[in-house]
Design a protein around this ligand. Structure first.
Ligand code: AHR
Length: 516
């Protein structure tokens, strides 16, 4: 009731207030109910790198002979950018690509590896120069946990079983092969996905048939020499609750995780809309659609809970993000899209949702890391830009492995197209090593938001630092060879009162605050 009254008042307020006046919000941190056992897994900030377009070839990998500055074939600019993000986990090699990938084509001397047609993504011919060694070495360079997606659709049980052995065994025939290819020590492999989108590009299985295949495949993926696999079944897309139900009913005892894919997309046929050309109504619709993931998570979670009340099996959102039309003039099927402040808003709001559902959601992998969909970086030859989404990941970095601070936000709520609702102010808070980190989003395109954060204690002597991500326009983006329009800047507008913080958030802004 209270909430309804609050919402009703808020909606009237939104309609009646002049566009430029400030809205108000109160962010109440429940500092007394912090449970130190509830950490935000770093894996919520995971990435996804598929052989798709120029994500791998050109984006991450240029090869050691390239004129583009690189370290053992990985481009230096991208390496440096990704190091800043502390990428906790990276999923590879797909996506749909995974179910057509034969790993043995990607080992051994690069010059003698067979070429392949990437039939999922534009029919591009790839030379397999980026394979198992290149992926695992990249993860080592970045200090990232590898997440391997295995081929179920067009592979065999033996092929996947041998891949695991090749990567993780100390001795034996597969280890000997690996050593011959230059890697003495096994790598560590924790996350193993058994197929991808097995209801579609991964084999068009029924959930019943896939559950059977999953059980068979995972049986032969062994734990070698102290390595411990965390096995993940290919899960539902969006609203396919039946898939989750069947998988949990038939295979839950054989998995640690079940995936979920949710894209912020207008639909799968026709135009998805341009990444950089949209009106206010489209913008708010996009936020409403992205926030709907909370309801989708809740519903999959409640189905899982019926079988697994202790929440042993995690729900892993291993593909999420915005999906727009490909940029005009780019290769069809390469899913190359620009990235505006609108995408940054989607990133922030989605991460907030994941952060408050970590009792079930223990990993999320934005699609994708470079040059595909909602990327961190875009590259063009030897040039690179950092996207607005990149900066959100940078701002949210302190939440990785930090203790979650529950909070309530008293804010105006906007009704948007298709009956969805979008809060004006949204937030996440966490604490770690006696530092309190708060990330705040003002989704309103036109209005500032006056935010109060009661802390119930004096902030005298506390050191407060803040940064802001915003731009002149919601459709601003960063382009090659031009100064960044959407970039992180220091924010000096946080005021420490006797027992509360106050700040005026500019319209369409994201602010991170750290209090020591
Ligand atoms: O991320 C692009 C594609 O989207 C992935 O390959 C597939 O799993 C999903 O449909």
């Amino acid at each position: 009731m209270k909430i309804q009254r609050l919402l009703a008042a808020a909606l009237i307020a939104l309609a009646a207030t002049p566009a430029t006046s400030a809205g108000k919000a109160v962010v109440r941190l429940q500092l007394d109910s912090i449970d130190s056992a509830v950490t935000i897994p770093a894996e919520i900030y995971g990435q996804f790198a598929e052989h798709l377009g120029t994500c791998i070839y050109g984006g991450l990998w240029v090869g050691p002979d390239s004129d583009i500055p690189n370290t053992d074939g990985y481009r230096n600019d991208v390496l440096e950018a990704l190091r800043e993000l502390k990428v906790p986990v990276m999923r590879w090699p797909g996506g749909c690509f995974a179910d057509e990938y034969h790993w043995t084509d990607g080992i051994g001397p690069r010059e003698s590896r067979p070429k392949m047609v990437n039939s999922n993504w534009g029919g591009t011919v790839e030379d397999n120069s980026f394979g198992t060694h290149e992926f695992f070495n990249l993860c080592e360079l970045l200090g990232t946990e590898p997440y391997l997606s295995g081929n179920v659709g067009s592979g065999t049980v033996a092929e996947l079983a041998k891949w695991v052995e090749y990567i993780t065994a100390v001795d034996g025939p597969m280890a000997a092969e690996r050593k011959k290819n230059g890697r003495e020590k096994p790598w560590k492999l924790k996350y193993l996905g058994v197929g991808n989108e097995s209801w579609g590009c991964g084999g068009n299985f029924t959930p019943e048939d896939y559950a059977g295949e999953y059980r068979r495949y995972q049986t032969y993926c062994r734990d070698f020499d102290g390595n411990k696999l965390y096995k993940i079944a290919s899960g539902a897309s969006d609203y396919d609750y039946n898939w989750t139900d069947v998988l949990m009913k038939k295979a839950r005892n054989h998995m640690k995780g079940l995936s979920l894919h949710y894209y912020t997309v207008k639909g799968w046929s026709g135009s998805k809309g341009a990444a950089t050309v949209f009106d206010n109504d489209d913008y708010y619709w996009t936020l409403g659609k992205c926030l709907e993931i909370e309801d989708v998570i809740n519903r999959h979670d409640s189905i899982m809970t019926a079988y697994d009340p202790d929440k042993r099996v995690a729900l892993l959102v291993d593909e999420w993000g915005t999906w727009w039309d490909e940029e005009p003039g780019t290769v069809a099927g390469h899913l190359y899209q620009q990235n505006t402040l609108r995408d940054a808003m989607v990133a922030a709001l989605s991460l907030n949702v994941f952060n408050r559902h970590t009792d079930r959601v223990r990993m999320a992998n934005i699609a994708q890391i470079a040059n595909v969909l909602q990327s961190m970086v875009l590259t063009d030859g030897d040039r690179m830009v950092l996207t607005p989404t990149y900066y959100v990941f940078k701002m949210y970095r302190p939440h990785q492995d930090a203790t979650f601070v529950p909070l309530d936000v008293e804010t105006d709520v906007r009704d948007v197209r298709d009956g969805r609702k979008v809060p004006v102010v949204a937030a996440t808070a966490s604490t770690r090593d006696r530092v309190l980190n708060i990330t705040l989003t003002n989704t309103d395109i036109d209005r500032k938001a006056r935010v109060t954060i009661p802390l119930g204690r004096s902030l005298k002597g506390a050191s407060i630092e803040a940064e802001i991500l915003t731009a002149d326009r919601i459709d601003d983006y960063n382009d090659f060879g031009k100064p960044e329009k959407v970039t992180l800047r220091p924010f000096r507008g946080v005021k420490a009162g006797k027992d509360a913080l106050t700040l005026e958030m500019p319209a369409k802004s994201i602010i991170s605050i750290s209090i020591k």
